[in-house]
Design a protein around this ligand. Structure first.
Ligand code: FES
Length: 121
């Protein structure tokens, strides 16, 4: 059901946890399944210096957040706002159709965290 990339990111997820001194954070829940994802970042001069997640959800959600954080570390917030769940899915080599909503969670958590940074900054 899952690609090797998904399994790799599920079994050995990158950037798990909470960023110390985070200045951007957001928690989002999926209306489809009730799972929850939290994203924290430390942003300096509009660049994402550090990014971590905690996902209380399925394998696809964990793999999507792991992949999204890897794609975004060192990127500007402008670039991060353009990241779509389709790009995360392609980087994972695909997701089963019934698991697309899990990757949407990562996109929403990232955008929410950046909005939180902008509103507090
Ligand atoms: Fe809930 Fe995947 S089934 S996030």
């Amino acid at each position: 059901m899952y690609t090797d990339k998904v399994m790799e990111n599920f079994q050995n997820p990158q950037n798990v946890g909470v960023v110390e001194n985070a200045n951007a954070k957001y928690m989002v829940g999926s209306p489809e399944c009730g799972d929850i994802m939290e994203m924290t970042m430390r942003i300096e001069n509009d660049v994402i210096e550090d990014i971590k997640f905690r996902t209380f959800g399925c394998a696809a959600a964990i793999a999507s957040s792991s992949m999204a954080t890897q794609l975004l570390k060192g990127k500007t917030i402008e670039e991060a706002m353009k990241l779509t769940n389709d790009e995360v899915i392609s980087a994972l080599g695909g997701l089963p159709p019934q698991k697309i909503h899990c990757s949407v969670l990562a996109e929403e958590a990232i955008k929410g965290a950046i909005d939180n940074y902008k509103n507090n900054g």
